[in-house]
Design a protein around this ligand. Sequence first.
Ligand code: PLP
Length: 405
Amino acid sequence: MSSSDQPETENHPTDNQEPTTSNHALATRCVHAGQQPDPATGAVMTPIYQTSTFAQSAPGEHKGHEYARVSNPTRSALEGNLAALEGAEHGICFASGVAGIDAILKGGLRPGDHIVTTNDLYGGTFRLFKEVFEPFGLEFTFVDMTDADAVEQAIRPETELLWLETPTNPLLRVIDIARLCEMADSRDITTVVDNTFASPALQQPLDLGADLVLHSCTKYIGGHSDLIMGAVCTNSDEWADKLRFQIKSAGASPGPMDCFLALRGTKTLHLRMERHCQNGRAVAEFLSDHAKVGRVRYPGLPGDPYHELADKQMSGFGGMVSFSLADDSVEAGKRLLSGTSVFTLAESLGGVESLIDHPASMTHASIPAEGRRKAGLGDSLIRLSVGVEDEGDLLNDLDRALAKV
Ligand SMILES: *Cc1c(COP(=O)(O)O)cnc(C)c1O
């Protein structure tokens, strides 16, 4: 039996984080954590180790990597970087965000287990829960998680997991992470926070009591809309072993080129998030004053119902803004979409470029119409991922498009 038949947390390269960066401020960790000059050549940037296997001097004797499904030095550098950004012992990267979610459920749960989650979940997560895991015997209750009493009432003896996503997608509601983690802790329930919308630059769920943090690195972490990837960060050795076992056994491993790109992305995460926050706020304020706009949802607006909580648990309000139109129809929403030119009509979010999305017909089309309405997703609802372009150009673009609605 080769050593690769067992999870190898004790010699995984990710776990040897350089002590030189773990105590540094976020900006320094963004640039340096997980990386050191390449031991073979001195290359300052971690190379793309484009190899499937690694030479062994004798069976089982190697320099930390055996086979690239299990680990690869470029991936290990990224995992060390992401772990440091979330203040975690372990970071584990996956081929996509949903592959990370899949690994958490398969690694930690068994048929009959029950999960409580939020009712305005990312559409792809909802589909995975309902259409893949429910038929395999996991049970889900979807509740408004901004209401802690509703969460408490949904908990059953067989509840194993609370799955939070905050701010929520696309309604930008804010869930009280610390409060729900405390509730879960006292019942021995694991808490996962999907931290994709905030990124570790604006929100650190492990500090607030979460057990696991999930990222779609496709979004702010990568930051340039040029890769698909996921990551899970945790302080639990047991969970890290379970997740690495999933990577090894089910093989949702990201390739080294994508890991290199994500690592390049995190070097500017703190700078990009600063500008996303600044532009997000400017766009939200502009829309709030516009006659053709209905309700604007942005936790950075002082009048937003979630402002106070967001201010408490986040260090910035991010670049996601959603709003309805005064004419709350699918047609009005579609007219707006066709009128922008700086904002590109596309799914996804978190890149340097601004994107515009119509959840009812795009990202959230997999949620049945009735479920959408129940969750408060109006027909005209528009979601913006505000990029890092010039603020004036963004406001002008929206102003021109709104004139045609
Ligand atoms: C995009 C996204 C995911 C899924 O990530 P992929 O990388 O697309 O698989 C999960 N959660 C949230 C909040 C997302 O925005």
